[in-house]
Design a protein around this ligand. Structure first.
Ligand code: NAD
Length: 482
């Protein structure tokens, strides 16, 4: 199998917040791996820009350490890290100050793609956009990358969109949802629209229901202050789970191009039903062997923020009316697992007489061990009549694809897409606003009613109420397996 990687033009990438946690753990090690893969042109340059007062030499030391810690095996190869570090520069800049911009402008070369990664708090997005413009650092081919959270409600997301739109065209704005950079997430589209097998069955006539699970074993840890203001709804559902739902539910775009795909995703968000309060379960983890309780970790003994959410969501359109989507996500759960499960309906008529309920189930694992399993019904081997059993057709991508299955980290893929100018895997402004417009009334409802999340055991599968949510519909959650 020959891997065909589209080469990129040479670029100058500026990372605002280049000394932060995200740059250290994800962006810079990701760039290094692309450099090793030969995908970063030899003359491409990366400029760290942040508040810390350091020079390029000390920035290279800082990045060298980060890459050694998070960059993987290739850091051990002779000379590669040193060659990568030569591509780096640093400029001290305060997004709200005037110093440093001239130095930054001097590093930007004519004829290269200029990309500006805003890996800073969203409250600085507007300042950065304005100063980039004021100091003449941008042209119509420049692009900016902005991190989540993109707002905390519809009003703040609109404000951010306005701040950016004052200086950049939508075609220049890349809003990251790193879930969209995951190999398996893109595979959702390949599986649906690249096979004859699935699409004819992909509707409420054949699909009983769909489950989307993103379960984490970790708690909020050091992010307590941020998380207490956010909660699972804002931190996970409004973006990651919603994006997964869109890719599962959307109509086939006429072409695989950014706006065609994003138009179809937007239609799904607009077709989401309002969620009844009794179709939502919120939870908060208790203390356990795994660590302190949620309330202890966020430092608020009366916190009403949810670390877990399960909900039943309806999509009111021709394809999906009547097929519920069950979403759940939480922290400090039994296993780390992200999975989408499509449960097909039972046969209309069994020619084999009385048998227990057999259904085809397609599960798509995002992590760990990305892959797909299709449950099919066969005859149980041996004599004694026609008894049916369900067996999995199991495909681990790592096993099936060997070296070519090597999973590029989501950030690497997304950064390279920015340089290529491909927005397919980035959220459009109207998409983000539509997602908040759906989420806001749910959150407002909790605030108005003073809803308190249910306490669940650390290391469990979440609150029992979530089990009842499906039991009421005579359904069960798939076991969360690591
Ligand atoms: P961080 O606090 O570790 O780093 C912040 C960076 O911003 C530092 O480099 C700091 O020098 C710089 N900075 C702060 N104020 C500045 C100013 N006025 N002018 C210029 N630079 C300034 O934060 P982080 O964890 O790296 O997160 C950065 C952004 O990415 C945030 O919006 C965060 O929500 C988002 N994000 C982070 C992660 C993660 O895993 N860390 C994941 C998803 C999204």
């Amino acid at each position: 199998m020959v891997s065909r990687v589209i080469p990129v033009k040479t670029f100058d990438l500026v990372i605002f917040g280049g000394t932060g946690d995200l740059a250290r753990r994800k962006i810079l090690p990701g760039l290094f791996r692309r450099f090793c893969a030969g995908q970063m042109p030899p003359d491409a340059a990366v400029v760290g820009a942040a508040r810390s007062d350091m020079d390029s030499a000390s920035y290279r030391d800082f990045v060298g350490e980060a890459v050694r810690e998070f960059g993987g095996e290739e850091t051990k190869a002779d000379g590669k890290l040193a060659a990568f570090l030569e591509r780096l520069h640093y400029v001290p800049i305060d997004a709200r100050g005037e110093a440093g911009w001239r130095e930054l402008a001097a590093l930007m070369r004519a004829g290269t793609v200029h990309a500006f990664y805003f890996s800073v708090a969203p409250s600085l997005f507007g300042d950065l956009a304005e100063r980039l413009n004021q100091h003449g650092l941008t042209d119509e081919d420049s692009r900016i990358v902005v991190e989540k959270p993109f707002g905390r409600d519809l009003a703040s997301a609109k404000e951010l969109n306005r701040d950016l739109a004052a200086f950049f065209d939508e075609s220049q704005i890349y809003r990251i949802d790193h879930y969209l950079g995951k190999e398996t997430v893109q595979n959702l589209m390949a599986v649906r629209f690249g096979n004859m097998l699935f699409e004819p069955l992909w509707n409420s006539q054949y699909v009983d229901h769909i489950q989307i699970t993103v379960a984490e074993t970790v708690g909020v840890g050091g992010r307590g202050e941020y998380y207490d203001k956010s909660g699972a709804m804002r931190d996970m559902v409004q973006n990651h789970l919603m994006q997964l739902l869109c890719l599962i539910a959307m109509e086939p775009p006429s072409q695989f191009n950014p706006d065609a795909v994003r138009d179809e995703k937007l239609k799904v968000i607009r077709a989401l039903d309002d969620v009844e309060p009794h179709h939502i379960v919120r939870g908060q983890y208790d203390a356990g062997d795994e660590g302190p309780s949620f309330r202890e970790e966020v430092g608020d003994a009366r916190s009403r923020t949810e670390s877990y959410i399960a909900m039943k969501v309806g999509v009111s359109n021709w394809r999906w009316a009547g097929t519920p989507f069950y979403l759940r996500t939480g922290k400090r759960l039994k296993a780390r697992c992200s999975e989408i499960v499509v449960v097909f309906k039972a046969l209309n008529h069994s020619i084999f007489g009385e048998q227990e309920d057999h259904r085809n189930v397609l599960s798509i694992r995002l992590q760990p061990d990305e892959g797909m399993t299709l449950g099919v019904t066969i005859k149980e081997p041996g004599p004694g009549g026609m008894r049916l059993i369900d067996v999995p057709l199991d495909m681990s991508f790592a096993e099936a694809l060997g070296e070519n299955g090597d999973q590029t980290d989501a950030y690497e893929r997304l950064i390279m897409d920015v340089i290529r100018g491909n927005q397919t895997l980035f959220m459009r402004g109207d998409e983000v606003e539509a997602a908040w417009a759906w989420t806001d009334p749910i959150i407002d409802g909790w605030d108005t009613r003073g809803d308190v999340p249910k306490i669940y055991d650390s290391g469990s599968e979440g609150p029992v109420d979530a089990v009842q949510l499906l039991a009421r519909d005579t359904r069960v959650w798939r076991k969360v397996a690591s």
